[in-house]
Design a protein around this ligand. Structure first.
Ligand code: NAD
Length: 491
């Protein structure tokens, strides 16, 4: 992302406009932002730099749709439109994946996988729209009590840059399925696929205003959306600091929020784990998206008796990881921007100064374009429990190995950070797998596997400082509705 005036030389670059009320529109004051490709640091597209006026127009369009054409649809009709959008995303997957990959710097194969997931969110929630049953409950004689699920109205979605299409899919599809109208503020660093998906939605017949996209900076468009008095609910994924700012803004309007704020997710390898199966999964869980994944498995805790053997197996494979340009389709791409690269390099420099032990380092491809935001993936061994690498979210391709003594120690170590998003438990002992999974303080646990962020059907979200509320699966539908109790006295 780079701020430009309208007179800039970048005017030759393609411009992706906001989508407000079904129309492609520029920012009200005509301001624009350049979009950089992380692989070479070059601008390749432009988006609107929206402000409060644009957000207000989008919220008004969403309100109109909610009270009009969109709100009047039956659940079945809504669901069919969502499923049709899922099909349209699948049909346009090559175009969307190429866009996502260039915009985020992730390898093309991962952009393709993201589009499969995005399409599936719309299929999943489309088919759920007419199955969101209410309830009845026993009450006094002569009364019937019905509990129905009402949409909130207008929902705001503030989306990060790491998985734009997937995170858009998981929150927007669920919200639309419930009957809400949406205003989305994508990340300034990567938002082109979302704008294109919203165009597809319009082209297949979504009523105007049901789905609006307002691109721009977090401090401008994002702040305006989270504080807007006519927004009824906010869904946010991103950093804890921004989460706090958004909750403070939402609190002034007393509206609900879901917060997905990252983690320091552990993978626990007991000595009886199937190490052959575990190694590629453990490495993928940190390398995926260059470690810029909220549910990245960034700590690997290994039973001391197997520590030497397991850490050697992990290091051997880790050293083969390759980073490069998105279109080279290697293991990982560049960091999203210069700031994120600097953040990761800060952690690496600090660890080096402290004398932390580097067990292995992957390579940045020799052909990686100059100007790209590359960082060599790095594996640290015997990381002390109080070290930043053991506690803080680096959000980069940095993996920490740490030994533990026994089951109780493993549980204490795994739960010993402020975060609680995901955990992986690797053991051949079935009873232990259940005991340890139950003891994890987090929102999702994988046993003998690790699906960093995967699984459309699987409820997902954090405890402790990883946030609150659940997205994905059927649980998300409860977030985007409010129950209403109707008490009928019929004598
Ligand atoms: P961020 O949380 O600031 O940005 C996420 C989204 O929030 C973007 O759309 C941004 O425009 C918007 N935003 C920013 N400030 C806002 C504000 N005041 N009001 C409303 N919206 C606002 O993340 P970042 O600055 O891009 O990255 C910083 C760190 O956040 C990363 O290093 C990483 O640790 C973390 N992060 C986590 C996730 C995740 O999935 N959990 C995703 C992205 C970033």
């Amino acid at each position: 992302m780079n701020i430009q005036s309208k007179e800039s030389a970048s005017l030759a670059l393609p411009f992706s406009a906001n989508i407000i009320g079904g129309k492609n529109v520029e920012a009200a004051d005509g301001r624009i932002l350049d979009v950089l490709c992380p692989s070479d640091g070059q601008a390749f597209a432009r988006i609107a730099r929206s402000g409060a006026e644009d957000v207000s127009r989008a919220v008004a369009a969403a309100r109109k749709a909610f009270e009009g054409d969109w709100g009047r649809l039956t659940a079945l009709e809504r669901g069919r439109l969502l499923m049709k959008l899922g099909e349209a995303i699948a049909d346009h997957a090559p175009e969307l994946a190429a866009l996502e990959s260039r915009d985020t710097g992730k390898p093309l194969k991962h952009g393709k996988a993201d589009m499969v997931a995005a399409a599936r969110y719309f299929e999943f929630y489309g088919s759920a729209a007419d199955k969101l049953y209410g309830d009845t409950l026993p009450f006094l004689n002569g009364y019937t009590v019905a509990i129905v699920n009402d949409p909130h109205g207008v929902t705001g979605h503030i989306v990060p840059w790491n998985y734009p299409a997937q995170i858009f899919g998981r929150s927007v599809a669920a919200s639309l399925a419930c009957g809400n109208a949406c205003v989305v503020k994508p990340a300034e660093d990567a938002c082109l696929s979302l704008i294109r998906i919203a165009e597809l939605a319009r082209d297949i017949g979504f009523p105007d205003g049901a789905l609006n996209i307002v691109a721009g900076l977090g401090s401008e468009a994002g702040a305006a959306l989270s504080s807007h008095p006519d927004v009824d609910f906010i869904s946010f994924t991103g950093s804890p600091q921004t989460g706090t700012a958004i909750q403070a803004a939402a609190a002034r309007n007393n509206i609900g929020v879901t917060m997905e704020l990252g983690g320091k997710s552990p993978q626990l390898l007991f000595a009886d784990a199937d190490i052959e199966t575990a190694v590629p999964v453990v490495i993928n869980a940190i390398i995926q998206n260059g470690g810029q994944t909220c549910s990245a498995g960034s700590r690997v805790l290994i039973e001391r008796s197997a520590y030497a053997k397991f850490s050697k197996a992990i290091a051997e494979r880790f050293a083969k990881v390759r980073a490069g340009a998105h279109d080279r389709d290697l293991d990982m791409g560049a960091m999203i921007n210069a700031k994120q690269k600097a953040r990761v390099e800060f952690y690496l420099k600090q660890a080096k100064e402290q004398g932390q032990h580097v067990l292995a380092q992957g390579v940045v491809d020799a052909d990686a374009p100059a100007g790209g935001f590359y960082v060599a993936p790095t594996l640290f061994g015997d990381v002390p429990r109080d070290n930043a690498l053991a506690i803080e979210e680096v959000f980069g391709p940095v993996l920490s190995l740490m030994p533990f003594e026994d089951e109780a120690d493993a549980i204490a170590l795994a739960n010993g950070t402020p975060y609680g998003l995901v955990a992986g438990v690797w053991t051949g002992d079935a009873k232990r797998s259940i005991r340890v999974a139950r003891a994890m303080r987090c929102g999702q646990v994988f046993v003998n596997g690790y699906g960093a962020g995967g699984g459309i059907e699987l409820p997902f979200g954090g405890v402790k400082r990883s946030g609150h509320g659940r997205e994905k699966g059927f649980e998300a539908l409860r977030e985007f509705c409010a129950s209403k109790t109707i008490v009928i006295n019929h004598g």
